[in-house]
Design a protein around this ligand. Structure first.
Ligand SMILES: Nc1nc2c(c(=O)[nH]1)N[C@H]1C(S)=C(S)[C@@H](COP(=O)(O)OP(=O)(O)OC[C@H]3O[C@@H](n4cnc5c(=O)[nH]c(N)nc54)[C@H](O)[C@@H]3O)O[C@H]1N2
Ligand SMILES: Nc1nc2c(c(=O)[nH]1)N[C@H]1C(S)=C(S)[C@@H](COP(=O)(O)OP(=O)(O)OC[C@H]3O[C@@H](n4cnc5c(=O)[nH]c(N)nc54)[C@H](O)[C@@H]3O)O[C@H]1N2
Ligand code: SF4
Ligand SMILES: [Mo]
Length: 909
């Protein structure tokens, strides 16, 4: 079954290849089908222990996103900033990059360059980057987007348990009697794990699910107890829970005495954290805090699952530690179902941590401050020494780039111009930098617009190597197709660059690898004797025996399912440490000027900056536009209605988007998804608003909280333009116009042949010349088949394109009431001749005979919210709706929402 790929060989017939999903840290196994060099299908690998055959909406559509439009396929360089990049050969591009880096290193020292890489790289890619920077160049300026993601989890584990190792595994959900989810929207962000939780609850109906999240997410709506705490108050809550546990005697004196240290200090601290006091600070009922403490402490086994609600905080380390404190105090650790389990965000953030690919880490969990550890790494790499001074972390690196302290930056597999906090400063840094290299799979990300050199990288379905998921499980990643165009593998690009750079610096090339397996074997060697020892693993073993957890020592057949069963921790004295965590609030206060809390996060069907998911129409059907979600009363108070365009402003910048009333939000709270950036909307997206303030230990920025104001904008001139066919190319053309409007968004729609839609609101009438550009970009300027309508007095002009009786495109300017149903007509591609008389009518509902479906809930079977609600009104239950409409019966990603729709009161229609 494991079909190896042989470079240069033509793949002719249908093949199946086992690999992993390239999205989240659940790390699902996939089986790709490929024909004649194209990936034509994907299904869950029934044998992979992360998912046993299941995939979510994103994983199950991976093959549909494996398309070449807008991929980076050839190297490009620009010699002057004012010029556009031109295609170049690999040799020329690498030569230029090596020249610039060598000159800067020689003139200003190795700390004058920086590398910003990614938890989406494979372990081998990561390993060579880390060795290039720390070993060959001699600086620790290599950091990654995991700084925005997992670094508080790393410091949280290290400060308490002594090592960066999640002690549990996914199977723990089947042994837990209480699952405590804090700051994780598992239903959206780790969907296949959430499916496992749903199943575990079914077979253990007594299990308690507690969710701590300021928003009533689908995850929270499924809970037995939802603690809708105010943002940033987790340490207050956890300490209050400990206070209750101590008061009630719900803790394990025995475990504390035998396996831990530092409890007395913490005990003194939590004396002040009464549930009554915490109730006012956290904004939840004191009884609920007591209930949460009872279930956490007295259940036979309690598993906590946590993610960015804890990590992305200026107190992220303390939030992690305060939660782990609860596990130690109650001995809810080291047994099946009992563990503090940090969920990894990206598919290989774990692998990055293993190879030490961050500015303050060393290979295989070694300590940078420890001279012996540094000597071990230097010996392994065959260099005299590796630097001991920690390098610049993500936010610091771009600050240093802006100030000129760092002069050249190499960015790989991440899109910092969109995803770092306070991106106005990041853009400034990228403009100020002397030299920017971007190693990317797609040509159309925000960061690519700043690149002096663009190096095309292979991506999912094309690469080979390994990744580690949340539960410490290492899987093989294998290619189904050859590298497209001139794209090269990430590890190969590093190796090629190192060959060039070492020559220019006159240093020994320590990165002369012939193949990727040699890289893996060297990494394996670096782990021997460490807590993550994988001495017993090899490519062959992972392929024949399947994915394995670490540690897995030489001679062993399987890895360690759970850690710390013996209560011995990887600290100097073998004891876990309580951290004396004290509550400190969020970094930014709200005040009269910025009276609202803003949090940010994920949607179900989009991935980060959308370079991949944003290329598939159906992944826009659940949420089609960027919105700020608000509590309805807060909107009424401000005179805001659903769909109004608002300006959201913080101390750092602003964003213009639509507002949506949401039952998920408490009064005073707002939420904006992280996904839309300057390639899909006017402005730079949500990170124009966020703060770069970071946690003192982990240096992870507080992406989960900013104080904002929301004001209505008067943008009376509306324009909506859409076109079926050739959607990605047309979308790219429209991008050139996106930033001129006061408000604009771009999206895709439709399932088979997709369409692109541009939505605009502007303070003044859109100039004719701009309309002409929109029409040209969408092919609506063609003479014959285009129908025109114009009411000059009212400033209304409209166009429609019909061909063979099908409606292919529409542009509505000045009056756009019919936009939604027209979009559905275009998407359907059915005969629309009888609609001809209605095309230019100001109708907000379709003419008789046509239905309007609205938002799609089930992506697999294309079932809309309206269709589900119609059944709910008839009194149908979940099972009956599933039987009739099939929604939620394939990937299951929409199940939490389906259950919520059935449970919530519905208005009769
Ligand atoms: N669909 C999808 N899935 C993904 C990703 C994606 O882009 N799309 N990305 C992956 C990655 S890299 C990551 S890191 C994970 C992230 O996975 P999650 O962390 O689960 O996702 P987020 O939506 O970022 O944030 C989780 C929740 O934290 C809550 N929150 C905000 N402030 C606080 C607070 O102060 N305390 C608490 N307790 N909660 C708070 C938010 O309301 C939000 O619901 O998702 C992974 N999975
Ligand atoms: N406001 C706000 N901001 C956030 C967050 C938040 O919750 N709120 N979350 C933060 C978190 S947790 C994360 S992890 C980051 C994610 O932020 P980013 O890392 O910027 O997110 P991606 O869009 O996944 O970027 C990965 C890039 O790599 C490219 N790529 C894909 N495959 C390959 C490959 O094989 N090789 C190469 N070289 N390139 C490839 C993709 O096209 C994409 O542009 O965002 C952070 N930013
Ligand atoms: S849960 Fe979905 S996104 Fe995450 S690895 Fe599995 S299929 Fe991919
Ligand atoms: Mo992440």
């Amino acid at each position: 079954m494991y079909l190896a790929f042989i470079a240069g060989m033509q793949i002719l017939s249908t093949q199946e290849t086992r690999s992993t999903c390239c999205y989240c840290g659940v790390g699902c196994g996939v089986i790709m089908t490929s024909e004649n060099g194209n990936i034509t299908g994907v299904r869950g690998d029934p044998e992979h222990p992360a998912n046993y055959g299941k995939l979510c909406t994103k994983g199950s559509t991976l093959h549909l996103t494996a398309r070449m439009e807008l991929r980076a396929l050839h190297p490009e360089v620009r010699l002057q900033r004012t010029h556009a990049r031109q295609p170049a050969s690999w040799d020329a591009a690498l030569e230029l990059a090596a020249d610039k880096f060598a000159a800067i290193i020689q003139a200003h020292g190795p700390d004058a360059v920086g590398f910003y890489i990614s938890g989406q790289l494979l372990t081998e890619d990561y390993y060579v980057f880390n060795k290039l920077v720390k070993g060959l160049i001699g600086t620790n300026n290599v950091d990654t987007n995991s700084r925005l993601c997992m670094s508080s989890a790393v410091t949280g584990y290290k400060q308490t348990l002594g090592a960066d190792a999640p002690p549990g595994c996914y199977d723990d959900v089947n042994h837990a009697d209480c699952i405590f989810i804090a700051g994780s929207n598992t239903a959206y962000a780790h969907p296949v794990l959430f499916r496992r939780i749903e199943e575990a609850r079914k077979s253990n109906p007594d299990m308690k699910l507690v969710v701590v999240d300021p928003r009533r997410t689908d995850t929270a709506a499924a809970a037995d107890l939802h603690l809708a705490i105010l943002p940033g108050t987790d340490v207050m809550l956890f300490n209050a829970m400990l206070h209750v546990m101590l008061w009630e005697g719900w803790y394990s004196e025995e475990y504390i005495a035998a396996h831990t240290e530092g409890f007395d200090d913490l005990k003194r601290t939590v004396r002040d954290y009464t549930p009554q006091h915490a109730a006012t600070v956290c904004g939840v009922a004191a009884e609920d805090i007591v209930q949460a403490a009872r279930w956490f402490a007295t259940s036979k086994a309690t598993l906590s699952l946590y993610c960015q609600g804890l990590n992305q905080s200026a107190q992220g380390t303390l939030k992690n530690a305060a939660l782990i404190n609860l596990h130690l105090a109650t001995a809810q650790i080291g047994r099946p179902g009992a563990a503090p389990f940090s969920l990894t965000g990206q598919p290989n953030a774990m692998g990055g941590r293993e190879v030490g690919g961050l500015a303050n880490l060393l290979s295989a969990h070694r300590d940078m401050a420890n001279p012996e550890h540094r000597a071990e790494v230097a010996a392994l790499w065959g260099v005299e020494s590796v630097p001991g001074k920690p390098g610049k972390t993500a936010v610091e690196m771009f600050d240093a780039l802006r100030s000129g302290e760092i002069k050249a930056v190499w960015i790989a597999c991440t899109n910092p111009a969109q995803s770092l906090p306070d991106v106005t400063l990041v853009h400034e840094a990228l403009r100020t930098a002397e030299f920017v290299v971007v190693q990317e799979a797609y040509a159309d990300t925000e960061t690519v617009t700043f690149a002096d050199v663009l190096l095309p990288a292979t991506s999912w379905g094309e690469k080979t190597g390994t990744v580690t998921n949340s539960e410490r499980r290492i899987s093989r990643v294998l290619p189904a197709v050859a590298a497209p165009g001139e794209a090269r593998h990430d590890w190969q690009i590093v190796v090629d660059f190192a060959a060039c750079l070492s020559g220019k610096l006159g240093r020994k090339n320590i990165l002369a690898y012939a193949d990727v397996e040699t890289v893996f074997n060297e990494h394996r060697l670096s782990t021997i004797g460490r807590d993550l020892d994988i001495g017993g693993m090899s490519y062959a073993m992972l392929e024949s025996a399947g994915p394995q957890q670490w540690p897995l020592l030489q001679g062993e057949a399987t890895g360690k399912v759970r850690l710390y069963a013996d209560g011995v921790y990887p600290t100097a004295n073998g004891r876990a440490r309580f951290v004396n965590a004290k509550y400190v609030g969020v970094a930014e206060d709200i005040n009269i000027r910025y009276p609202l809390h803003l949090t940010t996060g994920r949607l179900r069907d989009q991935w980060h900056g959308m370079s991949r998911t944003g290329k598939l129409g159906r992944l826009f059907s659940h949420v089609e536009e960027p919105m700020i979600s608000m509590n309805e009363q807060d909107m009424t108070r401000r005179g805001l209605a659903d769909g109004d365009v608002v300006k959201v402003a913080s101390r750092h910048g602003s964003a213009t988007l639509k507002v949506a009333a949401s039952q998920e939000m408490r009064s005073g709270q707002t939420f904006i998804p992280m996904h839309w950036g300057g390639q899909y909307m006017g402005g730079a997206g949500v990170n124009a608003l966020t703060t770069g303030v970071f946690d003192a230990y982990s240096k992870q920025p507080e992406l989960k909280h900013t104080a904002v104001q929301v004001t209505k904008l008067e943008l009376p001139w509306q324009l909506v333009a859409m076109r079926r066919g050739n959607a990605l190319v047309r979308m790219d053309r429209l991008r050139a116009l996106l930033q001129r409007f006061d408000y604009a968004t771009l999206g895709l729609f439709g399932r088979e042949e997709e369409g692109v839609v541009l939505r605009v609101a502007h303070a003044e009438a859109v100039p004719e010349a701009w309309l002409a550009e929109v029409d040209a970009a969408l092919g609506l300027d063609d003479a014959d088949e285009v129908m025109n309508y114009r009411d000059a007095k009212r400033g209304i002009s409209k166009r429609a394109l019909m061909s063979d009786g099908r409606l292919l495109g529409v542009r509505l300017n000045g009056e756009t009431a019919a936009r939604d149903w027209l979009k559905e007509i275009i998407a359907q591609g059915a005969d629309a001749r009888e609609l001809r008389p209605w095309l230019f009518a100001p109708l907000s509902a379709p003419p008789a005979g046509q239905s309007q479906r609205g938002r799609i809930v089930c992506n697999c079977f294309d079932v809309s919210e309206q269709e589900i609600l119609a059944e709910v009104r008839q009194g149908a239950e979940v099972a009956a709706i599933q039987a009739k409409l099939k929604c939620g019966t394939q990937c299951g990603s929409c199940l939490p929402e389906l259950k919520r729709l059935v449970a919530q009161p519905v208005a009769a229609s």
